[in-house]
Design a protein around this ligand. Structure first.
Ligand SMILES: C[S@@+](CC[C@H](N)C(=O)[O-])C[C@H]1O[C@@H](n2cnc3c(N)ncnc32)[C@H](O)[C@@H]1O
Length: 361
């Protein structure tokens, strides 16, 4: 496997950045990255808040050439390097905007913590919230033809809608038509109920979301490994009678009989703290899986299949985001779970990218 030879651990990157650079130079003619840039490019793009490259894989498949990447987490940088053969530039707030090359499309799945329901909901008061300003600065300097932004669904409601309104107003002031919609990964062929807000902005006109081809996903069981070492739940659990599939496609079929937390819980609702805690819930593989969160570091995603309860494997987690099985994951297990929970659904980005090419480029 020639690609494995170029894999870097986080420690190698931490310990010796120059090693990384010399490795790249030394091996450039011998070792192709797993996901190479297209030889003939149809458009150029930049990959901001790049994570592990969830935007890059599908946009490259559509003939896009990535001309700049920014990501500041060293574990994510290592994964990115191991797959694309390029080391992302670091903190976007410290990068000179003029040093970023001209590009047709700007993509950014900017950090969602300030906007997500699970975060503290401080929005722009949170310093991470201000990262949107770095995006505005790049847009102002380079006027990309198209801007593709992704965030958690809750952005719509954050601060009574004022946060989203603010972002849209800024983009309009920069001269863009702004179109947005909530899209679900399960409408793009993967069995995950993952709703995200997508904004597509262009100087040419509105983006028509209704032209996106949607494909309702098959159930989770069709995406699972048949041959692997599985981690079965070896503690008591309860299966629910009369369970039914929810409109989201989820089938909440049971829960782990974890100790009930009583302290601070309203009397009479104690059982809910057990049932409603996400890591305690068990979902049937006959339906879809809930959204993989970025906070989960030990992969406590329990599924019910053929009378047994087992953990979703890490390969299956990447698969239900649309990543190919040959994608090189970090060997650090908790980082690997975080990276996939932070990423973006690849077939969804590909469908959007195709329509951007048709409608706007
Ligand atoms: C929601 S994730 C986006 C993941 C990405 N779309 C993917 O496909 O993996 C946001 C990313 O922004 C990175 N990030 C946060 N602040 C940053 C900054 N100031 N400069 C560069 N990257 C940053 C985080 O490390 C995280 O990987």
């Amino acid at each position: 496997m020639k690609n494995q030879a170029m894999q870097l651990s986080f420690d190698q990157i931490e310990a010796n950045q120059s090693f990384v650079k010399s490795e790249v130079k030394f091996n450039s003619s011998l070792k192709l990255p797993l996901f190479p840039s297209p030889t003939v490019s149809r458009f150029t793009f930049i990959d901001l808040f790049a994570g592990i490259g969830g935007f890059r894989i599908p946009l490259q498949e559509l003939g896009g050439k990535c001309v700049f990447t920014s990501e500041f987490n060293n574990y994510a940088k290592a994964t990115y390097y191991n797959n694309f053969g390029e080391m992302p530039a670091g903190d976007i707030t410290k990068i000179n905007v003029e040093s970023i090359p001209q590009h047709d499309v700007l993509t950014a799945g900017f950090p969602c913590q300030p906007f997500s329901i699970s975060g503290k909901m401080r929005g722009f008061e949170d310093s991470r919230g201000t990262l949107i300003y770095s995006i505005f600065k790049i847009i102002e300097a380079h006027s990309p033809k198209v801007i593709l932004l992704e965030n958690v669904k809750h952005l719509v409601h954050h601060n009574q809608g004022k946060t989203l309104n603010f972002i849209i107003c800024q983009l309009k002031q920069l001269g863009y038509f702004v179109s947005w919609q909530i899209l679900n990964a399960s409408d793009f062929g993967v069995p995950q109920n993952r709703e995200r807000i997508i904004l597509v902005c262009s100087k040419k006109g509105e983006f028509n979301f209704s032209l996106l081809p949607t494909i309702k996903s098959k159930p989770l069981k069709d995406f699972l490994d048949t041959n692997n070492i599985f981690e079965y739940l070896n503690e008591p659990f309860t299966l629910i009678d009369n369970y039914k599939q929810q409109p989201s496609g989820l089938i909440f079929i049971g829960y782990r009989n974890k100790k009930i937390r009583v302290a601070g819980v309203r009397p009479g609702t104690e059982h809910l703290s057990r049932v409603h805690k996400q890591p305690n819930r068990i979902y049937s593989a006959e339906g879809y899986h809930p959204a993989l969160p970025s906070q989960e570091t030990s992969g406590r995603f329990w599924i019910y299949l053929n009378g047994c309860v087992r953990k979703l494997t890490i390969t299956e987690c990447y698969r239900i985001m649309g990543f190919p099985d040959h994608f090189i994951r970090t060997t650090n297990s908790s980082e690997s779970y975080k990276q996939i929970g932070n990423s973006v659904c690849i077939p969804m980005v590909k469908a959007i990218g195709e329509q951007i090419l048709d409608q706007l480029l």
